[in-house]
Design a protein around this ligand. Structure first.
Ligand code: NAD
Ligand code: UFG
Length: 337
């Protein structure tokens, strides 16, 4: 089976390529490198000892993508190609709508034209908005609080509308919780541009003295220690979830939606504690104001993915901290060695 991995040079895409290749899928990566480096693909080749076909192209470019579809004759598509920074999406919403939605429309149009009937989409727990009940099941009400989240929500609706008139398609919408960590080899990992927005890359950059201290955004949430709670999942577990989702699509299952999380919620202070252990010294932090738009707590009920595709996270928080730190230590400047 030949899989188009759109956005396959990015953080989750590279880890998924490793899992796909190890599961004997043929992988073709298309990425415009707007938020990644080709070196990441070379490193996947090193981990897997496999040459990867790579096209530098924009998934919004119908003509360029059509040439690739004609050349490659895909059996399935995994669509990671999106912009993902929430605060940036508030500043430049049109770029987010343009990139995230158009890339999906182009891929779907070509999937229909060239009969590529298996499609996996990277959605996010952000589509649950500010949860009223926890843990989150797939049937919980959906909403969005920022342009990034709205692109994910709109794309989920687009996929449903598309499926309703293309019932021979199989589509998996995967709602990721908080992916962290890195491949245990230390060769691939998260490589944010500039100052990280997300907790874990910020923590590891403080640990390596690139940043002076972590700002903990709020300790007055109604949670166990007042700091925000999230469902952190090892990126390699998340990546494996894509292989399981593709396997499910091959049973002609129609449109399916799964949470990919662990079901466990950890607070910001618990994350700091886990990193203190692997780094070997305390991570300096200060409590500051809440981050606008943040929610108190968010964690998955992962039962549906377990029952229907056999997905269960195997890495624990200590593994996630160890692998994130290993990546940061070995690659202090990310892929810019
Ligand atoms: P990433 O930025 O590392 O990877 C995305 C990749 O897509 C990058 O390599 C980028 O260059 C590429 N890309 C973007 N637009 C493109 C386009 N138009 N054409 C071709 N390539 C394009 O991000 P990631 O963390 O790997 O996330 C992958 C997907 O998962 C995204 O859709 C993101 O919204 C979603 N997601 C991520 C998280 C997270 O916390 N990382 C959580 C939920 C959902
Ligand atoms: N946090 C800090 N200090 C920081 C960064 C984060 O205290 O410097 C806290 C946040 O307040 C939150 C927790 O750490 O309580 C996690 O924050 P992240 O930014 O790492 O993750 P979010 O849950 O806010 O957002 C992530 C992705 C979104 C995605 C969402 C749900 O960035 O794109 O998960 O999947 F939509």
């Amino acid at each position: 089976m030949k899989i188009l991995v759109a956005g396959g040079a990015g953080y989750i895409g590279t880890h998924t390529c490793v899992e796909l290749i190890q599961a004997k899928y043929d992988v073709v990566v298309v990425d415009n490198l707007s938020n990644s480096k080709y070196d990441a693909v070379k490193r996947v080749e090193k981990i897997t000892n496999t040459k990867i076909k790579f096209y530098q192209a924009d998934c919004c470019d119908y003509k360029a993508m059509e040439e690739i579809f004609i050349e490659e004759k895909f059996d399935g598509i995994i669509h990671f190609a999106g912009l993902k920074c929430v605060p940036e999406s508030v500043k430049v919403p049109l770029s987010y709508y343009n990139n995230n939605i158009n890339s999906t429309l182009v891929l779907l149009e070509l999937a229909r034209k060239y009969n590529v009937r298996n499609f996996v989409f990277s959605s996010s727990a952000t589509v649950y908005g500010n949860p009223k009940t926890l843990p989150l099941i797939e049937d919980c009400p959906l909403s969005a609080t920022n342009p990034y989240g709205r692109t994910k929500l709109f794309i989920e609706y687009i996929l449903e509308d598309f499926y309703n008139c293309n019932k021979d398609f199989n589509i998996a919408i995967l709602r990721y919780f908080n992916p962290i960590g890195a491949h245990p080899s230390g060769l691939i990992g998260e490589d944010p541009n500039g100052i990280p927005n997300n907790l874990v890359p910020y923590v590891t950059q403080v640990a390596i003295n690139k940043l002076p201290y972590l700002k903990v955004n709020g300790n007055d949430y109604p949670t166990k220690d007042g700091t925000g709670i999230r469902d952190y999942i090892h990126v390699c577990d998340l990546a494996r979830g894509h292989v399981l989702a593709l396997n499910k699509l091959s049973t002609n299952c129609g449109l399916v939606i799964y949470n990919l999380g662990t079901g466990l919620g950890y607070s910001v202070l618990e994350i700091i504690e886990a990193f203190n252990k692997v780094v070997g010294h305390p991570i300096p932090y200060k409590i500051v104001e809440r981050r606008p738009g943040d929610i108190a707590a968010c964690y998955a009920d992962p039962t549906k993915a377990y029952k229907e595709i056999g997905f269960k996270a195997i890495y624990n928080l200590d593994d996630m901290a160890r692998d994130a730190w290993n990546w940061q230590k070995n690659n202090p400047n990310g892929y810019n060695q």
